[in-house]
Structure formats: C-alpha cells, structure tokens
Design a protein around this ligand. Structure first.
Ligand code: ZN
Length: 237
C-alpha cells in the first residue's frame, strides 16, 4: 500500500510539474510574440484565426452546443479573396493565446473598420453563408460553449474592443498603431505607449442556506440571472 501511494504521489508530482512547465513555456512564448514583431509575423503564417463581426464571434451550431471554428492563414486569405476583400485586413489580428505545441491563435474582427484597414465593413449575412455559421452575441452563447472557448473568446472580444476604442492618441489626437501581436498601441507622434486596461470588478453571491440572491438586467438574454456584481471605482472604499 505504501509503495502504491509512493508511486501515485510521484506520478501526481510529475504531472503537476509537467503542467506547470507547459504553462511556463507557453507564457514565455506568448511574451516573446508580444515583444518581438518579427517573431509574431512568423507565428501568423502558421497560426489559427478566430473570426468576429462587430465583436460577435463566429459560431457553428452542433447540437447541443456551439463549436468555435478556427481558420488557417491560407483559408482566411482565400475567404477574404472570395469576398473581394484585401488581405491587408489580416494585419488587424490580435494574439489571444497558443496551443501547447506553440501554434499561435489570433482573433480578427471583419466587421470593424480600423484605421489600418482599407476596406469597408464586410456584409454579415454574406460572411455567415460563406462560413456556414453565425456571428452570435457572446453573452447569449455563453451557456452553450465549453469553458475553454468561453475564456478564449472573452479575451479576444475584450482585446478587439480595446483596439477599436483606442485608435487615436488621447494626448496628440494622432492615429495610434498597434504592434503585430496587438498587445499595445503606440502613438508615432509622441511615442506614448498604450496598453490594454483591466477594470477591477467585484462579484458576490449572497446566500441563505440553499437559496441565493440573484439579479438580472433587462438587457440580459431570457432566463439569465447573475450574482450581484459591479465595477470598482477610483477611491471607492
Ligand atoms: Zn500622441
């Protein structure tokens, strides 16, 4: 029994170490891509792309849940070409993660018009037919996605939203330019660097035995309730 426990413990330690080591090498690789434009350009060539349209992700229905398709660079170029779009739009992609084998994942919004895009917004129905899926409101699809996809799509949506809202320098008014990974934006006029912000929030579950207090906003999809939550304000105590 003691020998068995010893082996089990060593196995568990080995897997914990391996998980930790995989996590660390992944984070190091992502950090490198964020800091090195050339390395990130290289990663774009072999990367996979998640598509959004006005911040809604492309999803494909596969009962009982949604699947999140990802596309290779070649597939994306072919798709944009088919719809008469310039592939320069791909430069608006942002890095959102990578696989354990270090295949980089990017998100691209083909509905938003960034300053670097020379094209008009693509027509949503045309794209949906072509991609055999729908651009869905992420909040409405939350419960029918697996946890990993929810986390990845939330990261992507937040980053795409941040880029869309930070096209210009708040000091000089000049257009800002994103680095290849999309981990920052730089103003060429005064070299101010802007990084994506995080907003601290608090969420609390008020419970009373088996019951808990939930709330909902009128904007929530039908049947969706939330624990009480709110953003923290500056100086709030
Ligand atoms: Zn500026």
């Amino acid at each position: 029994m003691a020998i068995y426990c010893g082996i089990a413990y060593r196995r568990k330690s080995f897997w914990c170490y391996r998980l930790l080591s995989t996590y660390v090498t992944k984070m190091r690789y992502l950090f490198e891509l964020k800091e090195d434009d050339d390395a990130c350009k290289k990663a774009l060539q072999t990367g996979a792309f998640y598509l959004f349209h006005n911040l809604s992700p492309m999803l494909q229905k596969s009962e009982p849940q949604y699947l999140v398709p990802k596309y290779s660079l070649l597939e994306l170029e072919r798709l944009l070409g088919k719809l008469g779009q310039n592939t320069q739009r791909i430069e608006d992609s942002v890095l959102i993660g990578c696989s354990e084998q270090h295949d980089a994942w990017f998100a691209l919004d083909i509905g938003l018009n960034h300053s670097s895009s020379i094209n008009a917004s693509l027509q949503k129905p045309e794209m949906e037919t072509e991609l055999r899926g729908s651009f869905m409101d992420l909040r409405k699809a939350f419960l029918q996605l697996n946890a990993k996809d929810v986390s990845l799509l939330s990261t992507a949506q937040a980053l795409l939203r941040w880029h869309d809202a930070h096209q210009f320098c708040s000091r000089s008014g000049q257009p800002t330019k994103k680095n290849v990974a999309g981990s920052k934006r730089i103003c060429p006029a005064n070299n101010i660097i802007y990084y994506p912000q995080m907003a601290p929030v608090v969420i609390t579950l008020v419970s009373d035995g088996p019951r808990c207090l939930l709330a909902r906003q009128s904007s929530f999809p039908k049947g969706v309730y939330s624990a009480l939550a709110g953003f923290c304000d500056i100086g709030l105590s």
